[in-house]
Design a protein around this ligand. Structure first.
Ligand SMILES: [Zn+2]
Length: 382
């Protein structure tokens, strides 16, 4: 298998080979194949091709001790059709096929150590088979595919066009696929584009108190796209319509609720004014004249508005805990040391951050209370 360390969803190529009176090289594709599938395909092909001669049973050598043990375990079962214990193994359709052949044709399967200097008769062709399988990787597009034993699969076996048949643990497989899917969505989603915003870490204080722990939960849910607003609930079949439940003619997604919904306009204006006033006070205190305060104050005013001059993606994403980068907004003052400047920026960033997460908490708290009220009074969503 190349690459040898490939994971469940990684692209990989598995080849198999056998040698003896006949040599065969094939690739195992169309099934979520691992090294074991290569081993099993080789054993299956060898069993089919093996011929008894001079009244002696054909002997098959393989270096896969694991496969031999599992095959013997399967043979020991009284009901070879069911092979219940085999079901847990990846590639169990191959095991069933092998078991079926062995019930019609007795062949002696023996273990041979791999990669040794041993020059005994079983070891030499084993190294040779290894060599064929490895060399075949270079021509993998030209060698035939080994047939997939769908006829020995469970009655229901998952199949996907990208990964083929999957016989491994379904729970692990599903988790891996879903994890991959979520990662893909998050990567392609602006929610995680943290580098576009102010990089100074917010102070821990507003997060460690009970009230604001709620703000952290909102941020976590909003950033992972799990906030229970109408849009999310609708996409999961929980409610009939994805529109704003406060009467706006708009889709109720987190952006609408936190930035646009008319129910919270007053709170946004209020918080924005407070941040603006606090920023002005701080800047004046530090000796900045009115003209050099303009950029910062303009930004403070636009924190809750979709302003393309302020927000890197045009839209306000304050509810994700983001604020625009501050460095370029504060003019350099000849009387201010770099440390004092950094302290001031740090102070402003922390202050703004605390206010925006508080507003997000206030809005979502109100929203949740309102929705709970409607639920208890059997008020149907609009
Ligand atoms: Zn609304």
């Amino acid at each position: 298998m190349i690459p040898a360390s490939a994971g469940l969803l990684n692209k990989r190529s598995v080849t198999t080979s056998l040698t003896g009176p006949t040599t065969l090289v094939a690739q195992v594709s169309g099934i979520s194949a691992f090294i074991t599938h290569g081993e099993l395909a080789g054993i299956t092909a060898a069993l089919i091709l093996a011929k008894d001669s001079n009244n002696s049973i054909a002997v098959l050598h393989t270096d896969s001790l694991y496969c031999i043990r599992t095959i013997r375990e399967g043979l020991a079962q009284s009901d070879p059709g069911a092979m219940a214990n085999i079901r847990q193994y990846n590639g169990h359709s191959f095991y069933r096929w092998i078991n079926n052949i062995l019930h019609h044709k007795s062949t002696d399967i023996q273990h041979v150590k791999a990669h040794t200097e041993d020059t005994s008769l079983p070891s030499l062709p084993n190294s040779e088979a290894d060599h064929y399988a490895t060399s075949a990787q270079k021509l993998v597009h030209r060698i035939p595919s080994f047939p997939i034993p769908t006829f020995h699969m469970d009655e229901f076996t998952p199949y996907s066009s990208s990964h083929g048949w999957t016989e491994s643990n379904l729970r692990v497989y599903t988790e891996t696929v879903m994890l991959e899917k979520s990662l893909h969505e998050l990567r392609n989603n602006v929610r995680m584009a943290k580098w576009l915003y102010e990089p100074r870490p917010p102070s821990k204080f507003p997060y460690t108190r009970a009230y604001s722990a709620y703000s952290a939960a909102i941020q976590l849910h909003a950033r992972s796209g799990q906030l229970a607003v109408a849009d999310t609930l609708f996409s999961r079949g929980k409610i009939d319509e994805p529109y704003c439940r406060f009467g706006c003619r708009a889709l109720e997604d987190p952006h609408h609720l936190f930035v646009e919904c008319k129910r919270y306009t007053e709170w946004r204006v209020e918080t924005s004014k407070e941040i603006e006033n606090r920023t002005r006070r701080k800047l004046t205190e530090k000796g900045f004249e009115e003209t050099s305060q303009t950029s910062l104050l303009k930004t403070a005013k636009s924190l809750f508005i979709n302003d393309k001059d302020i927000w890197p993606l045009q839209y306000s994403f304050y509810y994700l805990g983001h604020i625009p980068k501050l460095d370029s907004l504060l003019p350099y003052s000849p009387t201010m040391t770099p440390i004092a400047r950094e302290q001031l920026l740090h102070h402003l960033a922390a202050d703004w951050h605390t206010h925006i997460i508080r507003l997000a908490g206030r809005i979502f708290g109100d929203y949740q209370r309102e929705m709970a009220k409607r639920l208890t009074s059997n008020h149907k969503p609009r």
